[in-house]
Design a protein around this ligand. Structure first.
Ligand code: GDP
Ligand code: IMO
Ligand code: MG
Length: 424
């Protein structure tokens, strides 16, 4: 069997969690392959709301396994808190969760370095979630990191303190350091490591390949989005992992030929949280209205998300990089009442040329989006259960996107609840 993939095609927060949760019962495993607690995946059903950070979004269903894969970075304190919240809500976790031994650990001092580094950057800051993601991946590629499999060895604590010392020396370079309670954080870290040891750890790459050989289905759950990819995003305003389809092979240890369907999640408009270029950003009352109507506040940090119109050159780029076979269009309901709805078809460059490709520099000073106006609609579409139940104008919006993106839109989400979904 093959691994189907969910990836974000914009700057994250496209609604990946909702779609993974909906699709999960069709699979035998949901696997996270990259990122860590910088992610915030919201799932709503039966009037309840959950936000998952490290836990794969298949956890609300029985009869399937959730794997935290090799490519993920784990903050044990956050994972244990997530588990206890799920258990308090009546969801059993222990029997459904597997943790890859090769997943790296986020140490308290990774978070400290993240905060110090952002503070030192001042206006140039990335807008990191400050969860220690960048420093943990730096230690991974720098070959200093500690992994889940290491927690069982006798010298784990020694290795922890060697790395911590390295971090403290590194922190000396900063002129100013933000407040950080190392002792409390460290206490929490070690308490959580003891709890983590009770969960089942696996050789992720063997487990998943043998699982597929048995004819089982796997859904890989991406975090962040294509434009935050370390190689192909709006560098340096990106995260530190491979957020794209190729990251599935890297993060889970499956061959590229084992990738099946790639479902790209696209919000009906665009949002970004944190710093960095955003060509179609709206800094006016329309952008503010999108934020309010779309409830665009960070699921992990609570920060305001920046809002703007949908951007076709950006999406074409993401579809190309990911090999998207199907699109899931989310938050279409949020566009109710906006008139016109603008669609960015191309950019105008500084020299007046028009391009449908993403320029190297996406600085708003250097490129201007060229918009096409699309008629708005004012009917509530959040109860629609099929395409036919949608009024003509949103149907035309969907057709226009499908035509231009040359990719079928197979799912249309019209509300945050699990059930508010049209399967095309
Ligand atoms: P993720 O990180 O990609 O999983 O997305 P987030 O959970 O960070 O952000 C998506 C937000 O939109 C969450 O608050 C969801 O509950 C909500 N949401 C998802 N799909 C829809 C939809 O179709 N309509 C509306 N109105 N909200 C949605
Ligand atoms: P999900 O999975 C949106 C952004 C941060 C920042 C940049 C780097 O919920 O879609 P980091 O903490 O990784 O050093 O931050 O990336 N970012 C996200 N934005 N959704 C996310 O995850 C994000 N994870 C990181 O805001 O700009
Ligand atoms: Mg999110």
């Amino acid at each position: 069997m093959k691994v189907d993939v969910i990836v974000g095609l914009q700057w994250g927060d496209e609604g990946k969690g909702k779609i993974v949760d909906y699709l999960a019962p069709k699979y035998d495993m949901v696997a996270r392959f990259q990122g860590g607690p910088n992610a915030g995946h919201t799932i709503k059903f039966d009037g309840k709301k959950f936000v998952l950070h490290i836990m794969p979004s298949g956890i609300f269903h029985d009869n399937l396994i959730n794997l935290i894969g090799n490519g993920v970075v784990i903050d044990p304190a956050i994972l244990m808190k997530e588990i206890s919240q799920l258990e308090e809500s009546g969801f059993e976790v222990m029997s459904k969760l597997l943790i890859s031994k090769k997943a790296h650990l986020i140490l308290p001092t990774h978070k400290y370095i993240d905060a110090a580094s952002e503070y030192a950057k001042g206006k140039m800051k990335i807008g990191s979630t400050l969860k220690g993601i960048g420093p943990a991946y730096m230690d991974k590629t720098g070959r200093n990191g500690l992994r889940v499999g290491d927690v069982f060895s006798d010298n784990f604590k020694d290795r922890f303190y060697v790395l911590k010392d390295k971090h403290l020396k590194f922190l000396h370079q900063f002129d100013a350091l933000p407040k950080f309670d190392i002792e409390a954080e460290e206490r929490r870290f070690f308490e959580s490591i003891e709890l983590l040891k009770k969960y089942k750890t696996v050789d992720g790459e063997y487990f998943i390949n043998e699982f597929l050989d048995l004819g089982k289905n796997v859904l890989a759950e991406g975090a962040q989005g294509t434009m935050l990819d370390i190689n192909h995003g709006t560098y340096p305003y990106v995260t530190s992992s491979n957020t794209i389809t190729a990251g599935v092979s890297i993060g889970l240890g499956i061959a590229p030929s084992r990738i099946g369907k790639v479902i790209g999640i696209v919000k009906a408009y665009t949002t970004r949280v944190g710093s960095g270029p955003f060509p179609t950003e709206l800094l006016d009352e329309v952008g503010e209205r999108l934020r309010v109507e779309g409830n665009e506040y960070g699921a992990t940090t609570g920060r305001n998300r920046r809002c703007g119109w949908i951007d076709l050159p950006q999406l074409k780029y993401a579809i190309m990089i990911n090999g998207v076979t199907d699109i899931a269009l989310t938050k279409l309901d949020v566009l109710n009442g906006f008139n016109p709805i603008k669609i960015c078809d191309a950019y105008e460059l500084e020299n007046g040329d028009r391009t449908e490709k993403l320029p190297y520099d996406l600085d708003n000073e250097k490129i201007k989006p060229i918009y096409e106006d699309h008629k708005g609609w004012s009917e509530d579409i959040s109860k629609a259960k099929s395409i036919k139940e949608l009024p003509t104008i949103p149907q035309e919006y969907i057709k226009k996107l499908e035509r231009d993106l040359k990719t079928p839109i197979s799912f249309i989400s019209v509300g945050p609840e699990r059930s508010a979904l049209i399967i095309v």
